[in-house]
Design a protein around this ligand. Structure first.
Ligand SMILES: Nc1ncnc2c1ncn2[C@@H]1O[C@H](COP(=O)(O)OP(=O)(O)O)[C@@H](O)[C@H]1O
Ligand SMILES: [Mg+2]
Length: 1024
């Protein structure tokens, strides 16, 4: 580590932030050159990594190197992309926040290599298991397959990616890579049918011809020689010294099986590759009418077999077009030029769609299947973006327009996430600083993508317009709409001088990275590529083709989106993905155009430094304070360097940091303290503190070694003693438990024997639990008749307890009774003794209270009161008296005094019966309220027995019986009652039940009393 640190310091600065003359581009490039010369290809700008393509193998990617960067802070080792990879991985694990690494730079700058190296780093350093190994293999092996189909040799790069790639690697909670997903962008399909001089078609074509065994080539109808195929000869460089197609073929074949391709799928895929080559060789000649005819029947034969479509259908599709006009299909023949165009369009479509299918297929094999919780998002994601760099060619077409637009968007993202957010962070921390001027390229992004006014919108509008849209009308419309835009120029809008450098069919955009002139002709902007008869392809027997050309396209009446809009939409989705993650940047620089090692082309590099915005990036880093640490983290890491902060700072974090930096000898102008972070200028101090910390830690660990072992063995002794004690306690407890259970079981067996040593524990337990149960469930009032069932041995005790309990409850109840209530109860008891179960309407009287008197003194005639003045009226009640002869009913009052019963009519006392003369009371057993007071006959003053009726018969009779002490003289008769009328004569009352109450003289001269039936039911109910 020591040597790594010194090597890093020896050549230039390892971080541009440390550059003294940081505003000078020359100093910047000089630093790059110095380091590049020494094979130090990586340099930081703060946390952004600048990488220069060495164009030679360097010994810095070994397993030992990977280990050196694992879990180590940025400052401790020399700059490397492994440090970026490790830093992102650590943030992902510790903060569980999704990450992305954005790798940018122009074609050939080393983006794809960097992506591969980062993937290898994860494959080696992340935790593994059998399942993870498969995923790692697939992640790594997807690369050669994608490169075979999506990469090609260009003038700038022998292995140039001709598509944009964003790859997500998913990590589980243990930090192991468990899945992945790839998004692809805009494959350069035009390469399938045409290559510039010195360039090649996609690698797979050459690999197949060079590497495949003869039998396979025979099946595909191919010859080994690439010169035989029109689509492979345009660039005139089928063989490239740096590429071994034969070896690559083997790698691709192996990789295909790793990523789950079956033999059949491989055969289908290669059939499509072969069919593209055959398509390129399809030739046409015109007949007398000038219509194109296929002249290469052999090709059609192979194509029909490989694509699984009918030969004649294919021939028809290549030489005719179908137009739908007013709902009718019109088929018209094509001329030579149109037929060639249709053939090429088919080749591009077949290849392009197969490529997308391939990406999908790879995604399926990489998909993360969370076996434990399917459906839950348990993985965190690290994205790697390897997308085409800024491109400026002699002739720039639609593809360059899209590529450069993409780079504008990425620059926008970079500005948003680094430059702008950095400045905002200073503001929110309250750190004073000078704002840095940087060019915000939003204006160019808007020029391309703004709704209604942007280039893409105008293009869409032009395509939708009825009539034939041409490239020139598009250019005119563009001139009209965006003519005043400072970043847009055309021949017409330019001044005299610039006009010379612009053709009439060109427009120029002033990109943030420089000017690019685009031609609108050649590769058409406005045509929405017409597909030669999708119907033919839908019926293909080749499953891949069948999948790629869906029948729904035929029926979909909507106009397909233009390629530009499709690209714009996919880009905006990509931006969303990237925005949701924490980004890290790798900015790749290409040192020369000749792909040579050790050649440092200053002009080329200056241009890249400019358009990668590296100087601006550096200025922002320097304008602020390049190193920032949260107080907490700073204190934690460096507290050991100051005796006041070691081992623990008790006060505010802010104060602790202030003490620490002062102790370390920082000058006030070298750092700034914000609200929660300390920021400081980069200088040698930082390095020396890091060095100090490391040395100190080494020393500390050495000194602590013995103490550590002593403490460890002490801890083990204490632990073992304590565990022993705990174990013994547990065992004793278990033993006691076993004994208790055994005694209980034995006691249960002997439970019915007299008390003995075998059952005493059980019986005690039973007694205890019965008494405890009784305590909880003892009855609360006299009416509560519940009582827990006692065990046989406690029946007697239980009985005694129950009586005691009842007595207790009765006693406490009686204590609470008032004198009035006692009197009431006495009367009720007497009534019960006389009438209970004997008279039918008794039950109705039970719930009604007996009233002291039913007539107040104000209701009794004053004359009567005067007559009775010496006697107190104890009870008075209205009654009906029945004449002795005619049984006429007469309303009377019945008054009871101390010694006499009075029957009173108004002011007149009609009859007076002394209690002594009352011989008895008769009443029926039915529910009527008629009763007879029998009077002694010898008393001549008396007129005979009295027949009365009271609405409160039970109450009235109870009162009379009690007052006259005749409780035992109440006679309850079943059928009839005889009574004396006077002078020895007798009367009879017949009691019967009926449906209606009736009291009247019957024909036999008796008094008939009919009482109502239902009372019997009431009595029956009371019995229950
Ligand atoms: N770190 C590196 N070490 C050695 N050679 C490299 C490195 N990076 C790039 N190269 C070389 O440069 C070539 C182009 O790199 P590549 O990653 O394909 O560029 P890009 O993807 O940016 O177009 C590679 O084929 C390789 O030969
Ligand atoms: Mg690449």
């Amino acid at each position: 580590m020591e040597s790594a640190l010194t090597a890093r310091d020896r050549v230039g600065v390892q971080d541009f932030v440390l550059l003294e003359n940081f505003t000078s581009e020359a100093a910047f490039i000089e630093n790059l050159r110095k380091r590049f010369k020494e094979n130090l290809i990586y340099t930081y700008i703060g946390s952004v990594l600048v990488s220069v393509n060495p164009y030679k193998e360097l010994e810095i990617y070994s397993k030992q190197h990977m280990e050196r960067y694992r879990g180590v802070s940025f400052y401790e080792v020399s700059p490397h992309l492994y440090a970026i990879a490790d830093n992102s991985y650590r943030s992902l694990r510790m903060e569980r926040k999704d990450q992305c690494i954005l790798i940018s730079g122009e074609s050939g700058a080393g983006k794809t290599e960097a992506t591969k190296k980062i993937l290898q780093y994860y494959a080696v350093t992340c935790p593994a298991s059998e399942q993870v190994e498969t995923v790692k293999d697939r992640l790594l092996q997807s690369n050669p397959v994608l490169e075979a189909f999506g990469n090609a040799k260009t003038l700038r790069n022998d292995n140039s990616s001709r598509f944009g790639k964003y790859m997500d690697v998913q990590f589980d909670y243990k930090g192991a890579p468990v899945g992945g997903h790839i998004l692809n962008y805009l494959l350069e399909k035009s390469r399938v049918v045409h290559q510039n001089h010195g360039e090649r078609n996609f690698h797979i074509f050459y690999q197949l011809l060079e590497g495949a065994e003869d039998e396979l080539l025979r099946r595909l109808g191919l010859e080994k020689n690439p010169q035989q195929y029109h689509y492979l000869v345009k660039g005139q460089c089928a063989r490239v010294s740096s590429i071994s197609d034969k070896n690559d073929w083997k790698i691709v074949r192996k990789a295909l099986s790793v990523i789950n391709f079956t033999d059949n799928e491989v055969e289908d895929l290669l059939s499509i590759v072969a069919s593209v080559l055959h398509l390129g060789n399809v030739q046409f000649a015109d007949d007398e009418q000038g219509n194109a005819q296929v002249t290469t029947e052999n090709q059609i034969k192979y194509l029909a077999r490989l694509l699984g479509v009918g030969g004649s259908l294919l021939r028809e599709a290549l030489t005719h077009k179908t137009i739908i006009a007013k709902g009718e299909e019109l088929v018209s023949p094509l001329n030579l030029e149109q037929a060639a165009y249709a053939r090429d369009a088919l080749a591009k479509a077949v290849y392009g769609r197969t490529f997308s299918w391939l990406v999908n297929k790879i995604n399926k094999s990489l998909a993360y299947k969370d076996a434990e919780c399917p459906g839950r998002r348990s993985a965190t994601v690290l994205g790697l973006l390897d997308i085409y760099g800024f491109e400026v060619f002699q002739h720039n077409s639609f593809e360059q327009f899209c590529i450069n637009y993409c780079n504008e968007k990425l620059q926008q993202l970079f500005i948003e996430l680094t430059l702008k957010s950095e400045q905002e962070e200073y503001e929110s921390e309250g750190i004073a600083w000078e704002p840095v001027q940087y060019f915000n390229n939003k204006i160019i992004c808007d020029l391309v993508e703004e709704k209604f006014k942007g280039i893409i919108s105008i293009l869409d509008e032009e395509c939708l317009r009825p009539g034939d849209a041409t490239d020139m009308t598009f250019l005119e419309k563009l001139e009209e709409t965006v003519k005043n835009h400072p970043h847009f120029l055309t021949h017409k809008l330019a001044d005299q001088k610039t006009r010379k450098s612009l053709d009439r069919e060109q427009f120029r955009l002033l990109h943030y990275a420089g000017e690019v002139t685009y031609s609108v002709t050649g590769t058409s902007y406005t045509t929405v590529t017409p597909l030669p008869d999708i119907g033919t392809m839908c019926n293909s027997e080749n499953p891949i083709i069948n999948h790629c050309f869906e029948r729904s396209e035929l029926t979909d009446k909507r106009r397909p989106e233009t390629a530009a809009t499709q690209f714009k939409n996919s880009l905006s989705k990509l931006m969303e993905i990237l925005m949701s993650k924490e980004p890290s940047y790798i900015r790749c620089i290409k040192p020369n155009d000749a792909k040579q090692a050790a050649r440092f082309d200053e002009v080329l590099i200056r241009h890249q430094v400019k358009y990668l915005g590296l100087m601006e990036n550096l200025r922002v880093r320097r304008a602020g304070f390049a190193y920032r640490r949260k107080y907490e983290i700073f204190l934690q890491r460096y507290k050991s360097l100051c005796s006041e902060t070691w081992p623990m700072w008790e006060g505010r974090q802010h104060d602790g940091v202030a003490v620490l930096v002062k102790h370390l000898g920082y000058k006030p102008e070298e750092y700034k303290m914000g609200r929660s972070v300390i920021s400081f200028f980069p200088n040698l101090w930082l390095k020396s503190i890091e060095g100090n910390v490391l040395d100190y830690m080494k020393l500390k660990s050495f000194l602590q070694y013995d103490t550590f072992w002593f403490l460890l063995s002490s801890a083990i002794t204490i632990q073992s003693w304590w565990r022993g004690t705990q174990g013994r306690r547990k065992a004793a407890k278990k033993k006691r438990a076993v004994e208790t259970i055994r005694r209980f079981i034995k006691g249960f067996i002997y439970r019915n024997y007299p008390r003995c040593s075998e059952n005493e524990y059980f019986l005690d337990y039973i007694r205890y639990s019965f008494l405890m149960n009784l305590k909880r469930n003892v009855p609360k009032n006299v009416l509560d008749k519940s009582w827990p069932t006692p065990p046989p041995s406690l029946c007697e005790v239980s009985q005694l307890l129950r009586q005691l309990c009842m007595q207790n409850m009765v006693w406490s109840y009686c204590k609470r009774i008032s004198p009035e209530w006692k009197q009431q109860l006495d009367q009720k008891v007497v009534a019960s003794e006389i009438f209970k179960d004997k008279k039918d309407n008794y039950p109705q009287s039970v719930p009604r209270l007996f009233i002291n008197t039913r007539l107040g003194t104000e209701e009794i005639n004053p004359k009567v009161l005067q007559i009775l003045k010496n006697e107190t009226i104890k009870y008075a009640v209205p009654v009906v008296k029945y004449d002795r002869k005619g049984y006429k009913p007469r309303a009377r009052h019945l008054l009871l005094t101390q010694s006499t019963i009075f029957v009173v009519e108004e002011a007149k006392i009609k009859q007076r019966i002394d209690y002594a003369n009352l011989t008895g009371i008769s009443v029926s057993s039915l529910s009527d309220s008629v009763f007879v007071l029998h009077v002694r006959c010898e008393d001549n003053k008396q007129k005979g027995d009295v027949v009365l009726q009271s609405d409160h018969v039970i109450e009235t009779l109870t009162k009379i019986a009690m007052s006259a002490d005749k409780v035992n003289n109440v006679n309850i008769s079943q059928g009839s009652i005889k009574f004396t009328i006077g002078q020895g004569k007798e009367g009879i009352i017949d009691f019967t039940s009926g449906s209606e109450l009736l009291i009247a003289k019957a024909k036999n001269g008796h008094l008939a009393v009919v009482s109502v039936f239902s009372v019997r039911g009431c009595r029956a109910w009371e019995g229950k």
